[in-house]
Write a protein that binds this ligand. Structure first.
Ligand SMILES: [Fe+2]
Ligand SMILES: [Fe+2]
Length: 294
């Protein structure tokens, strides 16, 4: 099968606003600010949601943020950019939850959509914490967005390959497997990394995000953005550990390789799979993010 010509049915549209924002050059921050503001303002629903999310991100503030300019000044360009992506991605997940009919398959996919969203949010936040922990702070917003989208292929597969999805879930629940991609390839003849890459390319996303989505399960990362890919890859595993999921053989290999490459210490590991849960539960933006779909 030529995977690049794969017919993905009912491919959701990623909002143009978010795509445009991803393409803003950040070398002149004054111009970028204005550009970002004017793009977001084109979409009143998005603007409203951004303000709501921005207020929860700055929960300690006394005064409410009432306009976009304030949000930009207080939160900064990268943070607002991440919020736009967060809201846009949640809209795609929400649409899938809402469009389901009341059938068994629908219940399965509805639960799965919510689960994948939750897992994606956890991975996004852990990615950000990993960047901070390994003193790569300037990457924290980029890896947040990459973490949020890393399993977008799974959502697309659920939407596009509906007829085989129940069979896939049954397999997942029964089998012990080396890697989730094995089962996907067996049932759908393609895995979620490849689907994610194809879709992000169609949406004209930047290469850094495409690489993170396309390689987060690959031990030998081949990318200009290796660190981003590895941060998201390791955050995905920490998310799994927190969610009490079993790690596959491939996961263990990834964990060892990425932790070493990123200089993640034993102390970091303990924090990122333990104490971080409390930090997340007290993080207003995290709580807001998990409740964005449903
Ligand atoms: Fe994945
Ligand atoms: Fe994942």
């Amino acid at each position: 099968m030529n995977k690049d010509n794969l017919d993905i049915k009912d491919l959701p549209v990623f909002p143009q606003v978010a795509v445009k924002i991803l393409q803003i050059q950040e070398d002149n921050i004054d111009i970028s600010f204005k550009e970002l503001e004017s793009i977001i303002l084109l979409d009143p629903a998005l603007t409203a949601k951004i303000l709501k999310v921005a207020n929860s991100a700055l929960y300690a503030r006394q005064r409410e943020i009432t306009n976009l300019q304030q949000a930009l000044t207080l939160l900064g360009f990268k943070m607002v950019k991440s919020l736009v992506l967060l809201v846009s991605a949640s809209n795609i997940y929400s649409k899938n939850v809402k469009s389901q009919q009341q059938t068994t398959a629908a219940t399965v996919t509805k639960t799965s959509t919510a689960m994948i969203w939750r897992h994606s949010v956890v991975t996004a936040f852990i990615s950000k914490y990993v960047a901070t922990r390994i003193k790569n702070d300037e990457k924290k917003e980029d890896v947040f967005v990459a973490g949020l989208l890393h399993d977008i292929g799974r959502l697309i597969m659920m939407i596009s390959f509906k007829d085989k999805y129940e069979q896939y879930i049954a397999y997942l629940n029964q089998m012990s497997y080396k890697d989730i991609r094995e089962i996907e390839e067996k049932i759908f003849e393609i895995n979620h990394q490849e689907v994610g890459r194809i879709v992000l390319e169609k949406w004209n996303f930047p290469n850094e995000l495409i690489d993170a989505v396309a390689q987060h399960h690959v031990v030998q990362v081949d990318s200009k953005y290796k660190t981003t890919v590895q941060i998201v890859g390791v955050a995905n595993l920490f998310a799994k550990i927190i969610e009490n999921e079993n790690l596959s053989e491939n996961d263990r290999e990834l964990l060892a390789t990425f932790s070493k490459a990123l200089n993640i210490t034993k102390e970091d590991y303990d924090y990122l799979t333990g104490e971080i849960v409390n930090a997340l539960q007290n993080d207003e933006l995290y709580k807001m993010s998990t409740s964005l779909i449903g």
